[in-house]
Design a protein around this ligand. Structure first.
Ligand code: ADP
Ligand code: MG
Length: 293
């Protein structure tokens, strides 16, 4: 088989370098939270794919995230819910350093991915490659379907079989059968739902292991939404997925764990079914029963 790329090699090399990063305390990797205040809703944090400890975030002088700690397991779908403006998108962007691009923003606390702090001695571009993002509105480039998928991988010097990569990513994004005969048509000719799955394929092509999705179905009709949710469920065997959604039915259909945010705080995080049927916190109950939001 053809050499499966320098991208993979670069990722592996950087991962090895990260493992040997001496700025990350080995004690911290073994026992997140040891020596610092215990993260609240931690479940088996030693095995967490993502561990957030005491995260605070400001836009200028306005604090929008307060002391958030959580643990996210690999190969699960985690949903973030909460009323508009409570900080879900901001928190999501903290998980791949996307907020670094916002002038005058400031973050404190830790985000560990596989035990490594992504804010310490890590290249933000590399971080965003490993932790991919799909946005609210499908945003394909005005290029062909094929070029859209290969774009990020090509920039990163992908040397492997491009046709194979395009097919594999489109299959994983559950779009292949719909587009295999028109790979060289413009992506703008696809429906909204197809465009969103194309954006997922484009994200997969740079070989992330975590995928962040910020209200990915909010611009889609119910049929396209159902298809997208099915795709998300299929992807979790290979990826760790976090989805922000304002739709509680969607959270319960698609996620294993749900986190409820309110006014910049993480109020409650539980198994999805438990959160929706037996919320532990009054504010969660008020929100899921529609008393506010
Ligand atoms: P959600 O995704 O839950 O609707 P956001 O994370 O978008 O919430 O916003 C949280 C708070 O931060 C809101 O008060 C919002 O107005 C504010 N905010 C979001 N982005 C910026 C920004 N770039 N600059 C200043 N304030 C922002
Ligand atoms: Mg948002």
């Amino acid at each position: 088989m053809a050499d499966r790329t320098s991208t993979t090699e670069t990722v592996k090399k950087e991962a090895r370098e990260l493992e040997h990063d001496s700025t990350v305390s080995p004690r911290l990797i073994e026992k997140p939270g040891n020596g610092s205040p215990p993260p609240s809703p931690v479940r088996d944090s030693a095995k967490a794919k993502i561990q957030v400890n005491n995260l605070n975030f400001w836009y200028g002088t306005k604090q929008v995230l307060r002391n958030i700690s959580m643990s996210i397991k690999a190969n699960e779908v985690t949903a973030f819910i909460g009323p508009s403006g409570c900080g879900k998108s901001t928190f999501l962007r903290c998980l791949n350093r996307m907020n670094d691009l916002v002038p005058n923003s400031h973050i404190e606390g830790e985000v560990l991915i596989d035990g490594r702090n992504i804010y310490q001695n890590a290249d933000p571009v590399m971080v965003r490659r490993r932790i991919g993002m799909v946005f609210q509105k499908p945003n394909p480039f005005p290029k062909t379907i094929y070029q859209n998928v290969i774009w990020g991988a090509a920039i990163n010097g992908y040397k492997g079989d491009k046709d194979e990569l395009v097919e594999r990513c489109l299959r994983q994004a559950a779009l292949w059968d719909e587009v295999k005969d028109r790979l060289h048509d413009n992506a703008y000719g696809l429906s909204g739902g197809q465009q969103q799955r194309l954006c997922i394929a484009r994200t997969l092509a740079v070989q992330p292991d975590v995928i962040l999705m910020d209200e990915p179905a909010s611009a889609l009709d119910p049929i396209a939404t159902a298809k997208l949710e099915e795709t998300i469920r299929d992807l979790k065997s290979r990826y760790t997925i976090i989805i922000v959604t304002h739709n509680m039915q969607q959270a319960s259909r698609v996620s294993d764990t749900t986190a409820f945010f309110y006014l910049g705080e993480l109020v409650e995080m539980s198994e999805t079914e438990a959160l929706f049927t037996r919320p532990r916190n009054q504010r969660t109950e008020d929100y899921i029963t529609g008393r506010f939001g």
